[in-house]
Design a protein around this ligand. Structure first.
Ligand code: NAP
Length: 277
């Protein structure tokens, strides 16, 4: 019987602990603040930002939503980030990915003060995390690692195959698994013989962005499946229905990786507020 890696339940548990921590640092009318920047009106991004704001409120943080129009320039967004960096009331900054294509997203991410980079998107944060120095990790892979550890999933010495190499998910995921002493294979759109590589995995992370892209017959019995994908109809990047009865553990969609991403963002915001004193 496969273990269900229940991200929703763990996120709830984490939030209870975070609410206690916030109580200890928040003064009257002085809650720690997470600024959330949404550029444009992509409905999925708007929903994610709303969910993050609701999670803030559940633990006693104050969300400060910043909405910018679709035609915002890179310079305008950089100026907004500068203002939030300089504001001592703001402890964390989330720039919702993706921003409209005309904006230099990397420049904007890297403008975020590393002390407020609670979503773990800066190049400096990535490098420090990869070198196992103190840093906020990218929220989604950080949440995945927290989930795997909670369920005592063995990582050391295991072969992990990460499908996807994006800066916010695939690459930091691979670095975190490597730091946990897994042997890591990173796959991407130019990878040859992908099914064969996935068949050799003890741990498979689907981070492709294509519904049910990873076929059931690519996954060996007893593997651990982490599905970061989230598509309409409650479908992820992995064909979970085909494997749920023969893998050793898997993250459901929804209720697996998604809630853990938000829990990591909120946890890192609380840590940033504690560090700011
Ligand atoms: P992304 O930036 O679009 O990256 C997708 C990756 O998949 C790229 O590295 C791409 O390779 C690779 N890829 C595309 N087609 C492939 C193919 N045919 N074979 C092998 N690899 C292929 O997406 P992302 O932001 O990393 O997100 C990935 C998924 O995770 C999406 O479903 C997204 O919705 C989900 N996600 C979920 C959360 C959450 O909180 N639950 C958070 C973030 C993302 P190239 O580099 O070669 O193009």
């Amino acid at each position: 019987m496969a273990i269900l890696l229940d991200g929703k339940a763990l996120a709830r548990k984490i939030e209870i602990d975070l609410a206690d921590r916030v109580l200890r640092i928040a003064g009257p009318n002085h809650e720690p603040v997470l600024a959330t920047i949404l550029v444009g009106s992509d409905p999925a991004s708007a929903t994610y930002v709303k969910m993050k704001g609701m999670a803030c409120r559940r633990v006693g943080l104050e969300p400060r939503p910043v909405f910018l129009p679709e035609d915002t320039t890179t310079a305008r967004l950089l100026a907004e980030i500068d203002a939030l960096n300089a504001d001592p009331r703001v402890h964390g900054i989330l720039l919702q990915h993706p921003v409209p294509a005309h904006i230099d997203e990397r420049a904007c991410f890297d403008r975020i003060d590393p002390a407020k980079d609670v979503d773990g998107v800066t190049s400096l944060g990535f490098g420090r995390m990869a070198f196992q120095l103190p840093a906020f990790g990218s929220a989604t892979p950080t949440g995945i690692m927290t989930l795997l550890r909670e369920y005592n999933i063995p990582i050391e010495g295991r072969h992990a195959v990460v499908i996807g190499r994006s800066p916010i998910l695939g690459k930091p995921m691979a670095a975190m698994l490597l730091n946990a002493n897994a042997t890591v294979t990173i796959c991407h759109s130019k990878t040859g013989n992908l099914p064969d590589l996935v068949r050799r995995a003890d741990i498979v992370v689907g981070a492709v962005g294509k519904p049910r892209f990873v076929r059931g017959d690519w996954i060996r019995s007893g593997a651990v499946v982490v599905d970061a994908g989230s598509h309409p109809g409650g479908v992820g990047d992995v064909d979970l229905d085909a494997v749920a009865d023969r893998v050793s553990a898997y993250t459901p969609v929804p209720g697996g990786v998604g809630p853990m991403t938000i829990a990591s963002l909120i946890a890192q915001t609380v840590s940033a507020a504690e560090a700011a004193g």
